[in-house]
Design a protein around this ligand. Structure first.
Ligand code: NAP
Ligand code: G4F
Length: 363
């Protein structure tokens, strides 16, 4: 029997890796997409056209679209990854964030019930280390109290609890992965890691002068997204539905990430000064390449995340050391060096083409 899975948020970083993983396991994979005036399907472009990969229009704020797709494909597994996932944006769009990240989860659960799939469909919910927020314990595990510290985290807390509620109230197989930050070469360009690796590559290739960041002293437990999606699948293959912390158990500051990313492009950074006056200086040239801008400060910021993945190691066979911090940064930097080079080649070709068109050499 071919297993059928639905991934909401398939166009995102995790959705694209998860789709690849499930297709590799022989699943029939369905994903939800949203209408956009420009094409944002870059991360899944290589999967489109494959016979076992299907896309459907649906939005987390639209019950009918979710009901329709779930009723049509009747999945055995749902991975609910769709979310307004940017913490800083959630301060500017708190109501939208709540609608998608909180009520959206409820819509999925109710759609499953209404389609008569209460006992046949397993659901994975993308919970987050942001739930620990203003942390009350270091490191954080499944028993650490939550203290959400942004509209995003508050919305995700509702999602987390409604999944637990449906598990207990209706005996549904639904569980939440409390995933700590996970990054990759497919990470959105406004998250701090990708912003740094892309800027390091551009600065190295003379395409950007400076990188402006917010809180450099924030600690994160950063892992590789490709490793983390495997845990989502493992959670749904469990005997019992349970929630797990997925993390590496190691933490680094934004400053450390920055220093290492620039090191990989051949720029050795020295940080001088403090707070908003702190600067990252290129040791060789003496030029300031990193500056702090209060524009990237958050009204409330989560500053000390460190996960304890012991339960996942014990029960899911999770290996928190599969991809080290150093390897992760190297993977991201290498991919961005290639991307920036390709952009330059593209620009060169475009410039030449314009010139040829103007001169009538190419018609
Ligand atoms: P991402 O790259 O931002 O992807 C989010 C996905 O959600 C995209 O496919 C996006 O579609 C979709 N989406 C947003 N709003 C939607 C709506 N109203 N209706 C339908 N789809 C919508 O996020 P990610 O990093 O892959 O994260 C996946 C999930 O894990 C998210 O729920 C996130 O909150 C959670 N999480 C992430 C991390 C992490 O470190 N990456 C850690 C813990 C938890 P478009 O492409 O159309 O925008
Ligand atoms: O990269 P970030 O924006 O990720 P954040 O806020 O930790 O959220 C990500 O991870 C969560 C898991 O814990 C997910 F649930 C969520 O969906 C998302 O994927 O910021 C990381 C840290 C913050 O403390 C922020 O203040 O970096 C700090 N930072 C410093 N300068 C910056 C910047 N963050 C961003 N985005 N941009 C900056 O210039």
């Amino acid at each position: 029997m071919v297993r059928v899975a639905l991934i909401t948020g398939v166009t995102g970083q995790d959705g694209s890796f998860l789709a690849e993983l499930l297709l590799g396991k022989g699943y029939e994979v369905h994903g939800t997409i949203r209408r956009s005036s420009v094409d944002f399907r870059e991360r899944i472009a290589h999967l489109e056209g494959q016979p076992h990969f299907h896309l459907h229009y649906a939005d987390m704020s639209d019950s009918m679209s979710l009901l329709q797709v779930i009723g049509l494909i009747r999945p055995q597994e749902i991975y609910n990854l769709a979310a307004q996932s940017h913490v800083q944006v959630s301060f500017d769009a708190p109501e939208f964030t709540a609608n998608v990240d909180a009520t959206g989860v409820l819509r999925i659960l109710e759609a499953v019930r209404l389609c008569g799939l209460t006992h046949s469909c397993r659901i994975y919910q993308a919970s987050t280390s942001e739930l620990y927020g203003k942390v009350e314990q270091i490191p954080q595990n499944e028993d650490t109290p939550f203290h959400p510290y942004s509209p995003y985290a508050v919305a995700k807390l509702y999602g987390h609890w409604i999944v637990r509620e449906y598990r207990e109230a209706y005996g549904m197989f639904c569980c939440a992965g409390i995933l700590f930050n996970h990054e990759s070469e497919r990470r959105g360009e406004t998250f701090v890691t990708r912003k740094i690796t892309l800027a390091a590559a551009r600065i190295r290739q003379g395409k950007q002068k400076k990188l402006y960041l917010g809180n450099l002293s924030s600690y994160r437990d950063w892992g590789y997204a490709k490793d983390y999606v495997e845990c989502m699948w493992l959670m749904l293959q469990n005997i019992k539905p349970e929630d797990y912390v997925i993390a590496t158990g190691k933490q680094h500051t934004v400053r450390e990430f920055c220093r290492l990313a620039f090191h990989y492009v051949g720029i050795e950074l020295e940080f001088v000064g403090e707070g908003v006056d702190e600067k990252g200086v290129d040791r060789r040239s003496g030029e300031i390449v990193v500056e702090v801008s209060p524009d990237f400060y958050r009204p409330t910021d989560v500053v000390n995340l460190l996960g304890d993945p012991s339960k996942a190691c014990r029960e899911l066979g999770w290996n928190p050391e599969k991809t080290s911090f150093e390897e992760l940064v190297r993977i991201m930097v290498e991919a961005d060096m290639v991307k920036v080079t390709a952009e330059q080649v593209g620009e060169h070709v475009r410039t030449n083409l314009t010139e040829y068109l103007e001169k009538g050499i190419v018609k």
